[in-house]
Design a protein around this ligand. Structure first.
Ligand code: ATP
Length: 270
């Protein structure tokens, strides 16, 4: 159903304060916030506001979060769908969903459209055709391209799309006037991990002052999502033990648990 596919809300709750690290990426999307807030300022001199930008990076690094923060900062509605929703869809349904989504966003503009896992629909056409369901995917992709070409520069809808496989995307997506900007969202370094801990410790009742540098050192290779998981897991561990607050040891146990999970995941992949 529509309700399941489109997650439209005026997401004023997510802001740049919720996004730790990612300074470069934040700077780039700040410009998009500006465009959405004051479109006339830019178009009055004959400039064209970009229609789309691609957020590229590994899973769990905050691409969705960043897109939501753009909508939140600009105070515009956030329409989202995931490329994986289009897998195994009946003929014609994917394209009509895309058409619907753009229509809804245009009606409520200025607005952000977010397409997660765009590689699921945006893979280069005519390649990797193992599944036999490629026709429908191509229809969906073609509809997306048509929609992006169709809306004028004064539509004030900006499409953000996320992928961890920019290399497999159809080059047509990256052409001028489509997703012609790429914004890299990388795994956090040690300093950024510390900042991500700070964000996710906000709601947690801790028993002692935690050494965040230490926690950041204990979590190399962790994504923002992994760190959010650590904080949540630590709170659950403490609660299970009937504690009144979360201790340093609970965090270390949570790190171990997440490391265990990551190792398992990697084993399956390789
Ligand atoms: P995927 O590619 O798997 O969809 P993603 O890059 O879109 O991942 P998000 O869904 O934005 O990642 O991240 C998941 C959660 O991890 C966020 O809701 C947030 O709680 C946490 N998180 C990730 N990155 C950051 C960050 N830079 N700062 C704060 N929290 C983060």
């Amino acid at each position: 159903s529509k309700a399941k596919l489109f997650d439209e809300k005026t997401d004023t709750r997510t802001s740049f304060k919720d996004v730790a690290g990612l300074e470069g990426a934040k700077e780039e999307v700040e410009e998009i916030v500006e465009f959405l807030r004051n479109p006339d300022k830019y178009t009055s001199l004959g400039g064209k506001i970009p229609k789309g930008a691609l957020l590229v990076g590994p899973p769990g690094t905050g691409k969705t979060l960043l897109a939501k923060a753009v909508a939140g900062e600009a105070k515009v509605p956030f329409f989202s769908l995931s490329g994986s929703d289009f897998v195994e869809m009946f003929v014609g349904v994917g394209a009509s969903r895309v058409r619907d989504l753009f229509k809804q966003a245009k009606d409520k503009s200025p607005a952000i459209i977010f397409i997660d896992e765009i590689d699921a629909i945006g893979r280069a056409r005519g390649k990797n055709n193992f599944t036999g369901s490629n026709d429908e995917r191509e229809n969906t992709l073609n509809q997306l391209l048509t929609e992006m070409d169709g809306f004028g520069t004064n539509t004030n809808v900006i499409v953000l799309a996320a992928t961890n496989r920019a290399d497999v995307l159809d080059k047509a997506l990256m052409r001028a006037g489509r997703f012609d900007r790429q914004i890299y969202v990388d795994l956090p370094d040690i300093r950024e991990r510390k900042e991500i801990f700070e964000v996710h410790l906000r709601p947690i009742k801790t028993a002692e002052t935690l050494d965040l540098d230490f926690l950041a050192r204990q979590t190399p290779g962790f994504s923002g999502a992994d760190i959010a998981n650590v904080c949540n897991e630590a709170a659950l561990i403490a609660a299970r033990k009937e504690q009144k607050a979360v201790s340093r040891q609970d965090f270390l146990d949570a790190v171990d648990r997440i490391v265990g999970g990551l190792e398992k995941k990697n084993k399956i992949i390789t």
